[in-house]
Design a protein around this ligand. Structure first.
Ligand SMILES: Nc1ncnc2c1ncn2[C@@H]1O[C@H](COP(=O)(O)OP(=O)(O)OP(=O)(O)O)[C@@H](O)[C@H]1O
Ligand SMILES: [Mg+2]
Length: 237
């Protein structure tokens, strides 16, 4: 398998606080990989450092073999990486349709029409609400919009930070169903989740983070039955 994304001994600091401590991990082309861990473990920091915010202090972040850790956010976005960040960060005053078009900016307007139609196929809910302002969408709809907007740049690698956060179980199921469809279409997915059960079931492999470090790694199936993971992230037994 070919590595698409690689962290090599990456350190990140916020002032005197070290948020990432010697992180090494790999996401191969076509894989779904999840990163799980408690609040404050450093998951969002790790994901955001791929876009250079924050910048890493030591180590390397390789994308298709090239060190991108000093590259601009624009370079990264226009070379096949997209993210749906924690808290969704959609544009509240814009309509659903306008939000989608913003997602395509990194690759120009070549595929806008075709891709918008594809998103509406994938998320029929968004089509019904295409002219509605994003701030008035429900939490689940906003999450769908956030994912759809990220997909508008035709990413090779999609980064998702807690797509299930704050959503009702049924909506979480719908979101994971759509993620499965995406992975079947060949999108490489790197997923941060507190919902370890759903995430590990979907994933080829996973990493468990505690306190800025990778503590465990393995296949999704292995981690699902790992006693430590069950105790800490799957509600016991
Ligand atoms: N901009 C910042 N300035 C200072 N410290 C920060 C900043 N962002 C995050 N941190 C700290 O870095 C650590 C890791 O935070 P991070 O947001 O990466 O955790 P997380 O695993 O995503 O947590 P959660 O599950 O709650 O989203 C935390 O201790 C946090 O307080
Ligand atoms: Mg986070």
């Amino acid at each position: 398998m070919k590595p698409l994304l690689e962290f090599r001994d990456v350190d990140v600091f916020y002032g005197p606080i070290q948020a990432l401590k010697g992180i090494s991990l790999t996401v191969n082309e076509g894989e779904t990989v999840s990163l799980i861990g408690a609040n404050g473990a450093g998951k969002s920091t790790l994901l955001m450092s791929i876009f250079g915010q924050p910048r890493i202090a030591n180590g390397q972040i390789l994308y298709r073999g090239e060190d991108i850790s000093r590259r601009s956010t624009h370079f990264i976005a226009s070379n096949g990486i997209a993210q749906a960040p924690e808290g969704r960060r959609i544009f509240p005053d814009m309509t659903v349709e306008e939000n989608l078009l913003m997602g395509a900016i990194a690759i120009g307007n070549r595929y806008q029409k075709e891709d918008k139609a594809r998103m509406f196929e994938l998320f029929p809910r968004l089509e019904e609400r295409r002219s509605q302002r994003a701030m008035t969408l429900s939490g689940g709809e906003q999450q769908m919009l956030s994912i759809a907007r990220a997909l508008m740049s035709r990413p090779k690698l999609l980064l998702l930070d807690e797509p299930s956060l704050g959503l009702a179980p049924l909506v979480v199921k719908q979101i994971f169903h759509i993620l499965r469809e995406l992975t079947q279409q060949g999108v490489t997915l790197f997923l941060v989740e507190q919902n370890a059960n759903h995430a590990l079931k979907l994933s080829d492999r996973g990493y468990v983070m505690t306190n800025g470090e990778i503590r465990l790694s393995g296949s999704g199936a292995e981690l699902l039955v790992n006693p430590e993971v069950r105790k800490a992230y799957l509600g016991g037994v």
